[in-house]
Design a protein around this ligand. Sequence first.
Ligand code: FAD
Length: 481
Amino acid sequence: MALTRSVLDALERIVGPDGVVSTPEGRLVYECDMHTFYKGAPDVVALPGSTEQVEAIVRLCRRERVPIVPRGSGTGLIGGAMAAAGGVMVGMNRMDRILEVDLPNRCATVEPGLINLWLTKAVQDRGYFFAPDPSSQMVSSIGGNVSTNAGGPHCLKYGITVNHVLGLEVVTGAGERVQLGGTVVDRPGYDVLGVTVGAEGTFGLVTAITVRLLHVPEAVKTVLASFTSIERASEAVSGIIAAGIIPAALEMLDELMIQAIEAGIGAGYPKGAAAVLLIELDGPTAEVDSQAERAAAICRERGALDVRVARDDAERALLWKGRKEAAGAVGRLAPTYLLQDAVVPRSKLPAIMREVLAIGERHRVQIANVFHAGDGNLHPLILYDDRRPGELERAKAANEELLRACIAMGGTVTGEHGVGIDKAKNLPLQYGEADLNFMYRLRGVFDPDRLMNPGKLLPSHPACSEGFRPARPHLPEGAWI
Ligand SMILES: Cc1cc2nc3c(=O)[nH]c(=O)nc-3n(C[C@H](O)[C@H](O)[C@H](O)COP(=O)(O)OP(=O)(O)OC[C@H]3O[C@@H](n4cnc5c(N)ncnc54)[C@H](O)[C@@H]3O)c2cc1C
């Protein structure tokens, strides 16, 4: 679909000439998110600076029946912020102000383009922080975090993004500006806020967000435990949780990942270990001290090679730098990887890790693991070099088998990254026909013309005549539209 000159002119009138990107090279920058398999450049990118401009863009697109694709920082890993059907991409980065910090009510209202970490930086001197901490938090936007319902290492104790969103302003696909939730607890009526968090831009554009702020804990301790096998480390995870300890974060990294991180970052992880656990405890000093001792003792009982506590903030920061930059460090092992995001019940961790090893061997691919062990949220990185014939195919087969293994163990098709275009086809593995039809109808309430982020989140469904079917031929095999 090529947009007419009159639509481009109308967009320029709304956001100003410097708020429109329409050159081929400019649009190319927006053709994919961090899942670079799925490519679809928008016909034009609009960069609004206010909710009024967002409303005007939606009105224009509805009148012209043009698809709308919201985009935050484009760090998504599921092919969400790409234009599967062309249309207008709405980049929210210019709307990045902190509108209000309300410490008596422990909340803040921000625009969607605000980078996650900037909010904590703005309030930490006053003793507060914003808890959701995806590893991309130095670049991903809070609007993107809300729309994917992002998780992160510290979500084990503090909960995922939805647990920290109190209110939203949304311009729906129907062009209405609605206020959902607010600072008062126990609001009457349906929890529309709840269904909107994680809607991946299929309901509308989030234009303001009120989030919870938490007190910085009195004490923090980070424990690093190394093991001779992934299974032993997995058993220690189960042991810690079974003992009633809820660490702020409980992350696992395997041998391959440790090698990559040590070569790239030098975070101080023991190189010979088959797995390490990064266990962070926070809260009142006395509680943290005793929980750290108990967690360390459980690790030793499960055969840990070594257990050490970070001596100071600098060592703690370095241990976390290694974890948060793990995905980049993997570039030392292979030029490309497929990143899976699936969940199993925590008790199944030892079994699924055995299966991950077996799948890697069966398909002759290396799999590096770094994941939120406390949540049972796996992130196997399946390494391949697409210059070598057959490697990509083997990686894809391993990826698919892994997902099915997680489902067979009672898990889910996606953890924290969302569905996007990548996993829409997998949803029927988890939901029945009635469930999917219900979701289609719900989407239609917000977006009756099916213009919002077409092709994302819901699969094509034979029983539903309303599924959006744009006629773009350039999508990869297996992608649903
Ligand atoms: C190195 C790395 C580490 C990561 N670690 C984590 C992690 O620990 N946990 C985790 O959950 N994710 C992680 N991610 C994935 C990604 O960072 C998150 O999904 C993040 O929430 C996306 O934010 P974004 O601003 O980049 O959104 P985008 O990628 O731009 O968009 C994501 C989706 O939200 C929609 N959207 C964006 N803004 C709006 C808006 N204002 N209104 C409506 N819809 C909107 C888009 O259409 C798209 O469907 C990681 C990614 C990378 C590259």
